[in-house]
Ligand binder design. Structure first.
Ligand SMILES: Cc1cc2nc3c(=O)[nH]c(=O)nc-3n(C[C@H](O)[C@H](O)[C@H](O)COP(=O)(O)OP(=O)(O)OC[C@H]3O[C@@H](n4cnc5c(N)ncnc54)[C@H](O)[C@@H]3O)c2cc1C
Length: 353
């Protein structure tokens, strides 16, 4: 399909939408990206704390097998550094025994973080996209198919194009955007039961004046089956002059307040590190289940990765005018940044060859 004269509308400025925009910006194709939030990046969100420490509240780690995203980073001159895991971890297997210090297995495949934070990838991609073609703060509500065009309606404007690409998690797409005419029933059934990766997760991060855990010969790595923090890691910056611990918080606490979650986290960390944890400089968190542009409630039980990469997301609708992209639609590495990049690359090839 040659789309050089066509107007392409991309819904969502997360990693998929921006990667697609980045590739399209190298061609003559006309395109616009419409983003509901007043920030870009979607599930990539590096929170800069008042003391300038970058805390990843969304995607953080890259792995060697994530070859397409690694090539993209190289192309954009972005660099990685290794996640510090250390040789030991605090481990709490059951509530009836005290926390233990365990040796971490040697020769583990390392994971990597992006220098300056994952947000650097988002900002670098956006730099290649014309400012007028990246529209933020406009929620798409309806996609209308009429003869040879599609009309994408937002809360305050209509955009007319020849092709529309959704990059929303499919479950969110079916729950929040109206299609006129309706798509085939199988699409709704599949999308309704498609898991949105990390949609239930809570991430928390503390910054500290000193990396006191290291004074106790601890790496900052925690694995617990007991406390509300199941996993935590040293999250200090690459220069190792801004000190932080960051981890996941049990998603069942999504209804408690930020202050309550902070206190519960401190109680758990105090067990391992003592009162020093209470001298934290900042506390940051993100409850992804409450993010209306990521998650909506499922009607039924949906298991992690369920229906990701399904056939319903590989085909086009509205006579090749509507394509469904996004990490959950990728046939490999779905859920991860790698899946988002692969999904964008697939759509780019479909649109330009
Ligand atoms: C807590 C957490 C930790 C993670 N950790 C990792 C990790 O370590 N490694 C890894 O590889 N991956 C990780 N991921 C997954 C990674 O973040 C995703 O794979 C990737 O960012 C998905 O990009 P996307 O563009 O497909 O979707 P999204 O980022 O969800 O982008 C969709 C975009 O659409 C916008 N949008 C939604 N509704 C509308 C609407 N109606 N109109 C217009 N715009 C709309 C959203 O605001 C968003 O910007 C993590 C995710 C989370 C949440």
């Amino acid at each position: 399909m040659n789309n050089s004269n066509k107007e392409i509308i991309i819904i969502g400025a997360g990693l998929t939408g921006l990667t697609l925009g980045y590739y399209l910006s190298k061609t003559n194709c006309k395109f616009k990206i419409i983003e509901a939030q007043n920030r870009i990046g979607g599930r990539i969100y590096t929170k800069e704390t008042p003391n300038n420490a970058p805390i990843e509240l969304g995607a953080t780690w890259f792995a060697k097998q994530h070859t397409n995203v690694l090539s993209l980073l190289k192309e954009l001159n972005l660099t990685l550094f290794e996640q510090v895991l250390g040789t030991t971890a605090v481990y709490e297997p059951i509530s009836t025994s005290p926390p233990q210090i365990v040796q971490l297995p040697k020769n583990q495949e390392p994971s990597y973080r992006l220098t300056g934070g994952t947000e650097q990838l988002i900002q670098k991609l956006a730099q290649h996209i014309n400012k007028d073609d990246l529209i933020i703060d406009q929620e798409v509500t309806t996609i209308l198919h009429e003869d040879d065009r599609v009309i994408v309606k937002t809360t305050n404007q209509n955009y007319i194009g020849n092709v529309v690409i959704s990059t929303l998690p499919p479950h969110l797409l079916t729950n929040t955007i109206t299609f006129d005419p309706k798509l085939e029933n199988n699409f709704y059934q599949t999308a309704k039961n498609t898991h949105t990766w990390m949609g239930e997760s809570i991430k928390i991060g503390f910054t500290f004046k000193t990396p006191f855990w290291r004074e106790h010969n601890l790496s900052g790595t925690i694995f617990s089956n007991v406390g509300p923090i199941p996993e935590m890691y040293d999250h200090s910056n690459q220069q190792d002059n801004l000190y932080a611990l960051k981890g996941f918080f049990n998603g069942v606490y999504h209804k408690t307040t930020k202050e309550e979650r902070c206190e519960l986290a401190l109680l758990q960390l105090e067990k391992y590190y003592g009162k020093q944890v209470r001298d934290f400089l900042t506390y940051e968190e993100m409850v992804w289940k409450s993010e209306k542009y990521t998650s909506t409630e499922y009607d039924d039980l949906v298991l992690p990765h369920q229906n990701n990469g399904d056939h319903a997301f590989q085909k086009s609708y509205y006579n090749h005018k509507l394509w469904i992209a996004g990490t959950e639609t990728s046939i490999s590495y779905f859920g991860y940044m790698e899946g988002a990049v692969r999904s964008a690359q697939r759509i780019f090839e479909l649109l330009t060859t």
